[in-house]
Design a protein around this ligand. Structure first.
Ligand code: NAD
Length: 351
C-alpha cells in the first residue's frame, strides 16, 4: 500500500497547476504509455470491479455525470460534464475532477483535477484498444474533430502504436491550425485536409472526436474502406452520435461496458440485441480482436469509470516523493471519534 506522508486526515490534492507540472515531470508521451499500461492491466482484471452505467443529469445545455467504481480495496469516482456549446462562451466542453478512497475506512486518499487527466486517459484507452484492434503496423491516423482531445489522441497513438502521419479535419479550420501548431516538432507528419472524406483517405485508423449534441454523420458508409480501425470517441451521450448506422452493420464493434454504451454510444442507434464484444475480453485473450486484414473494427468509446480509476491510481503513485500536491483539510478529525461537538470547540473565537 502506498504511503503518502501526511497527517491522518489530510487528503493529497493535485491542482490543475500541479497536474501540468506532473505531466511535464514525467513527460507527456511516457505518461500516456504509463496510463495505457495501467488501464490495460485493470481491463485484464475487469470482473473484480463494481460496475454501473454512469449517473447523468441531462439538460438541454449538456450533461453532468458521476462515474463510480471500486475493486474491493479502492473506490473512485469522477465528476465530469459535457457541454458542447460551452466553447462558444470560451469555456471547456468537458471538465472534471476525481477522488480515490480506501474501501476499508472510506477515507479519501486523493482528490485531483481530471480535465487534463481525462484527456490523457481517454487517449491512452484509445491506444490500448488500437493495440488489439488496429491494422498491423498502422502508421496513418485521420482525426476528425480537432478540439481539446485531438493532440492527446495523436500523441498516444504515436507513443503506443507508432503512428507517424496525421490527417486532420475540423469544420472550424482554426481548430486544425491549433493542432498543427501544437504538434509541430513532435515528429508527426501533419496533413490538414479540406473535408472529412479527404482526411480518411489512406488512413489505417480513423478517430472521430467531434462535439455536437445531436445525431451527426461525421462518417458515412462510403467513407469507410475495408480493414480500417475506427476509434469513435465523440458520441458519448444519449442523442449524440457520429457514425452512420450502415457503418455499424459492416463493422465488428467493441465496447467498454455494454449497459452504458447501449445508452450513450454509437450503438444507441442499433437494436438492443446488436452484437458487441467487450474490450476487456479481447485484452484478457478470451476472444479475438482483429481477425483479418479486411475486417472493419470499431471501438465505440464512451469512457468508463475503470479508466478513471486506473488514471487516479497512476497519479497517486506518481506524486509520492514529489511536490506536485498539497494537503487538504476536508476530513473532520475529532480527538474522540464520537465527539464531533468537542472538535467544533477548537475553533471558538476567544472572548
Ligand atoms: P471540443 O469541443 O474541444 O472539440 C470538438 C471539435 O469538433 C471542435 O473543434 C468542432 O469544431 C469540431 N466539430 C464539430 N462538428 C464537426 C463536424 N461535423 N466535422 C468536423 N469537426 C466537427 O471537444 P473535445 O473536448 O475535443 O471532445 C470531443 C468529443 O469527445 C466530445 O463529444 C466529448 O464529449 C467526447 N469525449 C469522449 C470521451 C470518451 O471517453 N469517449 C472522453 C472525453 C471527451
Amino acid at each position: 500500500m502506498l504511503q503518502i506522508p501526511s497527517p491522518k486526515a489530510l487528503v493529497p490534492f493535485v491542482s490543475v497547476e500541479n497536474m501540468m507540472r506532473l505531466v511535464h515531470h514525467i513527460g507527456l508521451q511516457p505518461m500516456l504509455v504509463g496510463l495505457a499500461d495501467e488501464i490495460e492491466a485493470d481491463f485484464r482484471r475487469w470482473p473484480v470491479f463494481d460496475k454501473t452505467p454512469r449517473l447523468g443529469s441531462h439538460s438541454r445545455h449538456g450533461v453532468i455525470e458521476l462515474m463510480p467504481t471500486a475493486d474491493g480495496e479502492i473506490y473512485s469516482f469522477k465528476y465530469v460534464n459535457g457541454h458542447p456549446r460551452n466553447m462558444a462562451k470560451g469555456l471547456q466542453t468537458v471538465t472534471a475532477f476525481g477522488l480515490l478512497a480506501e474501501v476499508d475506512t472510506g477515507y479519501p486518499v486523493l482528490l485531483t483535477e481530471m480535465t487534463l487527466l481525462t484527456a490523457l486517459r481517454t487517449a491512452a484507452t484509445s491506444a490500448v484498444a488500437a493495440r488489439h484492434l488496429a491494422p498491423h503496423q498502422s502508421r496513418t491516423m485521420a482525426i476528425i474533430g480537432n478540439g481539446a482531445q485531438a493532440e492527446f489522441q495523436a500523441l498516444a497513438m504515436k507513443a503506443v502504436l507508432g503512428i507517424t502521419h496525421l490527417r486532420l479535419f475540423d469544420v472550424d479550420s482554426r481548430a486544425t491550425e491549433k493542432v498543427c501548431r501544437n504538434l509541430h516538432g513532435t515528429g508527426l507528419t501533419l496533413i490538414p485536409c479540406h473535408s472529412a472524406q479527404a482526411a480518411v483517405e489512406g488512413a489505417d485508423i480513423i478517430t472521430t472526436c467531434t462535439a455536437d449534441k445531436q445525431y451527426a454523420t461525421i462518417l458515412s458508409d462510403n467513407m469507410v474502406g475495408a480493414g480500417v480501425y475506427i476509434n469513435a470517441i465523440g458520441g458519448d451521450c444519449p442523442g449524440k452520435t457520429e457514425l452512420h448506422p450502415d457503418i455499424l452493420k459492416r463493422a465488428d464493434t467493441f465496447v467498454e461496458y455494454p449497459p452504458q454504451t447501449r445508452i450513450e454510444g454509437e450503438i444507441q442507434q442499433m437494436p438492443a440485441d446488436y452484437p458487441v464484444t467487450e474490450l476487456w475480453r479481447v485484452i484478457s485473450g478470451e476472444v479475438e480482436g482483429r481477425r483479418d486484414a479486411r475486417q472493419i473494427t470499431l471501438f465505440d468509446s464512451v469512457g468508463f469509470a475503470v479508466e478513471d480509476f486506473s488514471a487516479l491510481r497512476y497519479v497517486r503513485s506518481r506524486i509520492v516523493g514529489t511536490e506536485f500536491f498539497e494537503l487538504l483539510d476536508i476530513i473532520a478529525d475529532p480527538d474522540d471519534p464520537r465527539d464531533l461537538y468537542g472538535m467544533l470547540q477548537r475553533a471558538v473565537e476567544p472572548a
